[in-house]
Write a protein that binds this ligand. Sequence first.
Ligand SMILES: [Cu+2]
Length: 249
Amino acid sequence: MIIKQFKFSTHTALAFTLLLGASQSALSHTRLEIPTVSEGVRVTNNVVIGHSCGEGKQTIASTVVFPDGVDSIVKVNGAQSSDTIDSYVSNYGNLYQKILDHSVFQFEDEKKDADGNVVGFWVKGGKMPEGYTVYLPFRAGAMLIEPTSCARSVKVVLGIADICKFTPISGFKDGVLETWTPAVGSNYDGVGLGGFDSPATLTVTRDLANNPLEAACGDGVDVEIIPSAAQLNRDMPIINKGKQVWPKP
Ligand SMILES: [Cu+2]
């Protein structure tokens, strides 16, 4: 009886997986495990690499950038704004820390800005075979939405590249890397590549119970923070012990 039930559930699960298969492969771009979180909540999150760079390719490294909040692009309801992120977030800066993990990639490091704030991380020295999913763990600190602002959500846009072969920028093409970056005119836009202008994001929603919107805000506004081209050019490279290993100089 127990065996029969076990068989039934296995087959059901398998059929379900097969049904989902087609749509999931299209959706398995590199994304965050937890894409939405409430303000004031710290979470353990993961960059989820959903697939490698194509048939027979292996992801051997990955690089991640968070907007630094210094020269970042700020959008309000989709329109570019001259406001800085401080108008909408009380504690922007150094919100993200890599969680040490050598399960797939042997080497990793955080990227820091001139003030020592973590603005990204990289991993290398591993192999993610085709057909696998890999998680890169990090901690996302509790973001606080500025009480005097009308922000009802703040979407943090990341820049990520999954690398299957170390090349110079001139060698970027499908099969060599997957770029998951916002197209802001950096060297890492990946024009013409599969992941063009399809970045991973982390949306922080306002805690309306504890941080209510003022009446004048109406329904509030949706804010986005996006790394600038200058920041992506500076922070996307993998620099190991002072030496740039990707892209190849
Ligand atoms: Cu994909």
